[in-house]
Design a protein around this ligand. Sequence first.
Ligand code: ISL
Length: 557
Amino acid sequence: MTSADLTDEPVARQQAADWYRSAVTYQLYIRSFADSDGDGLGDIGGIRSRLPYLASLGVDAIWINPWYPSPQADAGYDVADYRNIHAPFGDLQQARALIEEAHAAGLKVLLDVVPNHTSDEHPWFTAALASPPGSPERDRFVFRPGSGPDGDEPPNDWQSVFGGPAWHRVEGGEWYLHLFDVKQPDLNWDNPEVRAEFESVLRFWFDLGADGFRIDVAHGLIKDPALPSLNLSQQQILARVKVPDHPYWDRPGVLDVWQEWRAVGDSYDPPKVFVAEAWVESSARLAEYLRPERLHTAFDFELMRARWHAKELRETARISLEAHDSVGAPVMWTLSNHDVTRHVTRLGRPQQRTSGSNAPEFPQGETDVALGTRRARAAILYALALPGGVYLYQGEELGLPEVEDLPEEVLQDPTWERSGHTERGRDGCRVPLPWQRGGPSLGFGDALGWLPQPASWGELSVEAQEGDPGSMLALYREALRLRRELPQLGHDGGPLVWTGEEDQVLGLARGNGFVCVLNTGAVAVPLPPGRVVLSSSPLEGELLPPDAAAWILVDQD
Ligand code: ISL
């Protein structure tokens, strides 16, 4: 070893630790990615067989949604055993092999940890049911006596995110809290045993090779011990009024948990990383989760909620960047995930704000898929040009739209039942991927998938898009290739300068010579002089058409 090597060692170590700051991470919704054994459910074997696809796409990391043993009442977010693999997905040996193969292909692997609740089939919960009120077994969850003269009313008025009351009465008279499905009892994070158990779970997977975790409902966990009712009117719920000192979302105590988890991650070399799923009221609140001693990253849900309007897209990014910069954290831009309507569809709907709400809601109404697709092509060029990292949701690189016409009898999201069949839920963004033009499930597997795919998806399959330079897949591959190649891009590339303050056109320059222009207006616009290295739609002569973005290496003076 030379003295130069020795001097560079801390730098190399820091670089290895900082991989996440610019990373493009591919969200793998395991049950819908690829099915290797023909049971209609995706699995670890399917992921392993498609690692070359992910490597050739050019992503840096994968995040795998929960793959633990589970009755699947909420697609695996109801975990019955945190240290094993759901048998239809594979086993621990396959999980280890997948992580090793991913690493060999240059991909980091993030797993998904669900700390707010377990499954009602977790041994802790069955023990709690078998134990009397006041027992240590019950104290791991949130059990309370009911209200009303006979205790047959719930302890308070909290509602489940999926609809209906957030309490369920058990034999013997007590009620337990479930902020999500009745099969997802909330854990009591004031109980030290709960904290110790999750630290041990983190270490279990870190020791197996995982590079980090996505944290489910990272704004949850801690509840006001007084369990006060919210006392909101139906009108206030619909208007999404802000509740100061909310009794269960974004309570300051949750930040202590993240500080403890950070210490666990930092005890590894290179350190393990976290990305929080935290639906909080502002980027400023999110930044609290990202102070240096807390979590490394969190999904940015602001861009996802912004309307298709250059000024709004610019101001939204500006606010997110400022908040993250204030704590030294990179933003993790996200356009879609397994909980929201796919963005081809969102962007193809009328982009008005819902009246009565401060926050822009997800658009509703008729979808123009061709328009949404053009905008989705532009949106990804915008996100990839911003400082920070980007999360891609499987299938967005194929331009998949939301499946809006799933027959009612196939719907599986608990939201459908719990809302009394008024909310169809999230199945429309979870339909198995099309890999080929034909076959029983378009190459997803040898049998029909767990949700039916539209026949038209054959033409959106990987097979159909391979080799078509105008396809969404080709655009993603080229954008990711350029993002790696151009020194101006990524989190620590060139400094960002916004160019122009127009309503319908935004420009952002990164460092020396790179500009991204996004046109959300109705007329084509001129571009700065230079070489267009990528554009989401063909230029009209020298002009950038509506609903398009371009990357330009500008002429230097
Ligand atoms: O709490 C919310 C609003 O304040 C919800 O948006 C909530 O954060 C979101 O539903 C959490 O989603 C995650 O946990 C759920 C699971 O169903 C989702 O798939 C997962 O992404 C329960 O584990």
